[in-house]
Design a protein around this ligand. Structure first.
Ligand code: SF4
Length: 399
């Protein structure tokens, strides 16, 4: 295992045998600004944009401090928040600093999240020019009423404009985010959203269920009876419809909520999270992972800026996972993917096979049609995916 700590660079690389599954790492950069806070969102972001210039200076310092010669990266993901609210020259400076300080492999996937209503055609052309090769567009819905309910600042027209500007700028790898399971949303209307999204012919679709996260305005509305969530059975039907309709349109599911036109068009960056590959997070609230340690940055833009101005890493906390926790995470994350858990890799990591640890539960849930165990891979069926958390919990009881 690497001897240096998560979130802090080593000066000498891997001093002992590197782990067998060392793979290129992912770099995540959290841009903590949004034009307006959406009522359902619990990602860390603020709508006061006045701290942006100081934030960018602080981020440049953090890039420098966290540069780690022991790691090579093949993905960079700018998320948030809304990275597209940053001025073009700020984004340019951030990417130049990354390229100068961090070992990026050839053909690195560089993704930026953009929200319709915060980008222009010229901005997207500049993104392409600066080497960004993938965009993830926060469309959320193709129905104006849904966008209004979700408190989004954009219109459907702005979604389709963003897609056509991106194509014109030369992007050949676009993803759209969609949300379903809204109060009052029918199965038919969700089907219409899926049809419109698939009709855009983008390479990747992420379809998330609306969740009522503690501390959000939407959750307060729920508690006070101002909104009613849809029935669980309707949400399950929506998920089933999603898989069917998107398969008909040529999208293969590869994770509970993620679909791509081919294996090569999956989000290379997000797959690192599900496979426990190392990742380094920069920016307020960003998490870093270097097995067996996770650490995370302060969730406060001013404190983040203050720490870095003083030359200190803005780390808020860290935890070292024990073997049982690592196995629990491997099961929870692996079962979310259609590739499932690779038995050989599991054996290498933990010194025990999936059959030894989970033989009984694999047999039982397999007989119920919730999972398959073939060619050394343990994966959920579509029916199992509907119950992913409950199935994973059955495994975890045996760890
Ligand atoms: S734009 Fe995205 S990150 Fe910003 S508040 Fe809305 S959902 Fe959250």
């Amino acid at each position: 295992m690497p001897s240096h700590r998560c979130g802090e660079p080593s000066s000498v690389g891997y001093p002992v045998q590197p782990p067998k599954f060392v793979e290129p790492a992912g770099l995540y950069i959290h841009i903590p600004f949004c034009r307006k806070k959406c009522p359902y969102c619990d990602f860390f972001s603020i709508s006061d944009l006045s701290l942006q210039p100081d934030f960018v200076e602080a981020l440049l310092v953090e890039i420098d401090l966290k540069a780690d010669p022991a790691l090579a990266f093949d993905t960079v993901y700018l998320g948030g928040g809304t990275p597209s609210v940053l001025p073009i020259d700020s984004l340019q400076r951030i990417l130049s600093a990354v390229r100068t300080s961090i070992h990026l492999l050839p053909d690195t996937e560089v993704t930026v999240e953009v929200n319709p209503g915060t980008v222009t055609a010229g901005q997207l052309a500049a993104y392409r020019q600066m080497g960004i090769n993938r965009l993830n567009i926060g469309a959320q819905s193709f129905q104006e009423a849904n966008l209004m309910f979700l408190g989004r600042i954009h219109t459907v027209r702005q979604v389709t404009d963003t897609i056509s500007w991106a194509r014109r700028a030369g992007f050949d790898n676009l993803g759209l985010d969609l949300i379903y399971g809204l109060p009052q949303q029918s199965l038919r209307l969700w089907g219409k959203d899926l049809q419109q999204a698939a009709g855009q012919c983008v390479e990747h679709l992420s379809c998330y269920t609306l969740t009522f996260e503690p501390g959000t305005k939407m959750e307060a509305d729920l508690r006070q009876g101002r909104v009613r969530p849809p029935a669980e059975s309707l949400v399950a039907d929506m998920m089933t419809l999603t898989v069917e309709r998107l398969a008909d349109a040529g999208y293969q599911r590869y994770e509970v909520s993620n679909f791509a036109r081919s294996a090569a068009l999956r989000s290379r960056h997000n797959q690192k999270y599900w496979l426990s590959v190392p990742y380094v997070g920069l920016g307020p609230s960003a998490h870093s992972w270097l097995e067996p340690e996770r650490c995370w940055n302060k969730k406060d833009v001013a404190a983040y800026i203050g720490d870095l101005a003083g030359g200190r890493l803005p780390i808020d906390g860290r935890e070292r996972l024990e073997r049982t926790e690592l196995i629990t995470e491997a099961v929870f994350l692996g079962l979310r993917t259609t590739d499932g858990i690779d038995g050989g890799r599991f054996d290498d990591r933990f010194g025990v096979s999936l059959e030894q640890l989970f033989g009984e539960v694999i047999g039982r849930l397999g007989a119920e049609g919730l999972l398959t165990f073939a060619d050394g891979r343990l994966a959920l069926t579509d029916r199992g995916m509907l119950l992913v958390d409950a199935v994973a919990a059955e495994f975890v009881q045996r760890v």
